[in-house]
Write a protein of this length. Structure first.
Length: 136
């Protein structure tokens, strides 16, 4: 797989069809985004399969908190583009795409289930509150 073009996102430039956006500031640096924001990198992918691969790669690295050791900054931490490019290049060479996609799909399913459980817990807390509030 060829190396993709990775740049800082410029809000004035047009978005290409298979662009992937990556947050670069804050503790969520490295998180893949659906839409661009002012503080993000853009990975210009040539086709959908390449975009899916880099989405899975960046999502996996973000979930594993791999980027945390590369964060710099004293007040607002950020990920430098040089570090990001180095990480992506290094990890994309090591991965077996088929196996990695299966693992990322499992993680995404677990995360979806986790969100459903959190929503249920929130509803249970509201029920407890309303039951107690009725008497007090």
């Amino acid at each position: 797989m060829q190396r993709p073009e990775i740049r800082y996102h410029n809000l004035t430039k047009a978005i290409r069809p298979h662009d992937l956006f990556i947050l670069c500031k804050g503790l969520n640096s490295g998180k893949p985004l659906a839409k661009p924001c002012p503080n993000c990198f853009v990975i210009h992918c040539r086709h959908l399969e390449e975009q899916q691969f880099y989405y899975a790669l960046t999502f996996g690295l973000w979930k594993a908190r791999y980027y945390h050791i590369y964060l710099t900054g004293s007040v607002i931490e950020f990920l430098t583009i040089a570090d990001f490019k180095m990480i992506i290049e290094e990890k994309s060479k090591l991965l077996q795409p088929a196996e990695f996609f299966k693992t990322v799909e499992k993680v995404m399913l677990i995360e979806k289930h986790e969100l459903a459980v959190r929503e249920q817990l929130k509803l249970m807390a509201e029920i407890k509150f309303s039951l107690l509030r009725r008497h007090l």
